[in-house]
Design a protein around this ligand. Structure first.
Ligand SMILES: Cc1cc2nc3c(=O)[nH]c(=O)nc-3n(C[C@H](O)[C@H](O)[C@H](O)COP(=O)(O)O)c2cc1C
Length: 211
């Protein structure tokens, strides 16, 4: 068990890995070694079968970033249009400067789901998304902000071409990353554990103080 002061730090990192779209230092490159350190943490996540099918594609090349930013913009506009939603200023801020982001990290899978069943999809994405979240936390702990984005997963062929990905590989989430600049990251407003935790049977809630 960690001592209380270290536990507080761990909980703080886990609870404050918020999306950072605006308050990023777009002019400060992230050392490749730092990104590799974070990926080394990420690959300690649980993984299923086949093991270690995760692959990470880090993009810091301007030409590729521009091409990816174009795809992202197109996807965002399409999604908002289809849902009849306005573009939030925070989303606009990211999309406007996405090509300037110091790096984009794609969390990919070498392989495709075997079959179209819930179990297969749970195992497939469940073998890579824990690593993606660990990556976001490792970045957060080093003062690097990110946003969990999935918009580009809808355009596999286009991104596959930009990244030179072979057939039979999938990209899942993309983290646009940069050192934070003036960002104050706080806990989100969420329902407390007692309201979302059932004991033994679905729907059975208990107060924290009751045994
Ligand atoms: C499954 C999933 C997909 C998401 N996709 C995007 C995305 O494509 N672009 C984006 O800007 N944010 C995306 N987000 C980030 C959410 O919009 C973000 O979590 C939300 O802004 C709430 O902010 P918070 O995480 O700091 O509480 C996604 C989040 C999740 C969980």
């Amino acid at each position: 068990m960690l001592p209380d002061n270290e536990l507080d730090w761990v909980d703080e990192v886990l609870s404050t890995a918020r999306s950072v779209r605006r308050k990023l230092d777009f002019d400060r490159a992230i050392e490749r070694g730092v990104l590799l350190d974070c990926i080394d943490v990420a690959v300690q996540a649980p993984t299923g079968i086949p093991e270690e099918s995760w692959r990470f594609v880090v993009v810091d090349d301007l030409r590729q970033k521009k091409a990816i930013a174009e795809q992202y913009h197109e996807q965002l506009v399409n999604v908002l249009k289809s849902r009849d939603l306005p573009m939030k200023p925070t989303h606009k801020a990211l999309v406007d400067r996405l090509h300037e982001i110091p790096a984009m990290i794609f969390v990919c899978v070498d392989g495709e789901p075997n079959e179209d069943s819930i179990g297969s999809h749970v195992a497939y994405y469940g073998s890579v998304l824990p690593a993606a979240w660990s990556l976001m936390l490792a970045l957060r702990a080093r003062g690097i902000g990110a946003t969990w984005t999935t918009l580009l997963s809808a355009c596999q062929p286009q991104i596959r071409e930009i990244l030179g990905m072979p057939r039979g590989t999938i990209q899942t989430i993309m983290l646009p990353v940069g050192y934070t600049k003036g960002a104050v990251l706080k806990r989100a407003q969420r329902r407390p554990a007692e309201q979302v935790t059932f004991w033994n049977t679905w729907g059975t809630l208990k107060q924290r103080s009751l045994k």
